[in-house]
Design a protein around this ligand. Structure first.
Ligand SMILES: C[S@@+](CC[C@H](N)C(=O)[O-])C[C@H]1O[C@@H](n2cnc3c(N)ncnc32)[C@H](O)[C@@H]1O
Length: 306
């Protein structure tokens, strides 16, 4: 089963401006959005990037029919400008899509350690060439850093208590599996909160392992570098922290002056680079959510390069 792509029609509506354009799918995953782009714009080319090698294997096979219209690159979208301008030699592109987060198959694969519902190693890397794993975060981070991560990336209530339990446990023996971690996290908590707390804790650790927020910010600025004037940027996020980064980026880059309020004259000299196309964030319909519950938290924002 392929990952079920979210908000496909909206992506096409905001992203496509030229039938023969060059589009970057910065998170190609199983290639669902790219498939829709290549079908909707019959002369278009897509550069598909993913940091997870297994995604590229799936997509290569799934979309082989499109031949040279699809170029696949194993890489990180934080280096989008180097990949597209440097490595591939393009001058600019017509659109960039980010569909953040992870694919359903990554969650299902217990050996990757993303799910608290499946026994597996504490890994959680999107890119298995990277060295930092969930094991390192859980066993080596200071209690202060762990608490900050749980609060900032997971909005975890009672983060300090949870960290105390983790620190007590790891003093005795390293925490190596998802099952062990889950057991430690929920110890002493009422059953009714288990799923919510575990989802938040695991999400927070995953965000840290993959430096997701930092990479997103860099990726958005890299996208600006490669878009031609009139080119489109479309971002789908699934986490309020991600959406905040996208919203802030778009608000900042669509304004001329970004000086702190109250200054009599502008000192920053900042010039706006984009026009926001989605005055209100775009959400999936009830019908889409019914068909694909994972779409529930999706939020799409789009902008046009000036
Ligand atoms: C939600 S999935 C994309 C699904 C895809 N749009 C589809 O229709 O099949 C997100 C993908 O982004 C990839 N990813 C996450 N962070 C990345 C990064 N910093 N650079 C490149 N790819 C990344 C993940 O490995 C995953 O395959």
């Amino acid at each position: 089963m392929f990952h079920r792509s979210v908000l496909v029609q909206k992506v096409l509506e905001f992203l496509l401006t030229a039938d023969d354009g060059v589009y970057v799918d910065a998170t190609i995953g199983d290639g669902g959005h790219t498939l829709a782009i290549l079908n909707a714009a019959p002369k278009a080319t897509v550069i598909g990037i993913d940091s997870d090698k297994s995604a590229l294997e799936t997509t290569k096979e799934r979309l082989k029919f499109f031949g040279k219209r699809l170029e696949l690159v194993h890489g990180d979208f934080e280096n989008l400008d180097d990949i597209v301008l440097g490595q591939l030699g393009y001058g600019s592109v017509d659109g960039v899509l980010f569909d953040l987060g992870l694919r359903s198959v990554m969650v299902e694969d217990r050996f990757r350690g993303f799910s608290f519902k499946k026994p597996g190693p504490l890994d959680m890397r999107f890119n298995t060439d990277e060295t930092l794993t969930a094991y390192d975060v859980v066993n080596r981070y200071s209690p202060e850093d762990l608490e900050r991560i749980l609060r900032e990336y997971g909005d975890v209530r009672g983060a300090r208590k949870i960290v105390e339990k983790i620190v007590d446990a790891r003093k005795k023996t390293p925490i190596t599996t998802t099952e062990q971690l889950a057991e430690i996290v929920v110890a002493g908590l009422p059953q009714r909160v288990h799923t919510d707390v575990l989802a938040r804790v695991f999400q927070a650790i995953r965000i840290e392992v993959n430096r997701e927020f930092e990479k997103l910010e860099r990726g958005l600025y890299a996208a600006l570098e490669i878009l031609r004037p009139g080119g489109r940027l479309v971002v789908i996020s699934y986490h309020s922290g991600e959406d905040r980064i996208v919203k802030h980026f778009m608000a900042t880059e669509s304004r001329d002056c970004i000086c702190p309020p109250g200054l009599p004259v502008c000192r920053c000299g900042h010039k706006r680079q984009i026009k926001i196309l989605t005055k209100k964030v775009v959400r999936p319909s009830q019908e889409e959510i019914k068909q694909n519950p994972r779409a529930r938290s999706a939020r799409l924002r789009a902008a046009e390069k000036l």
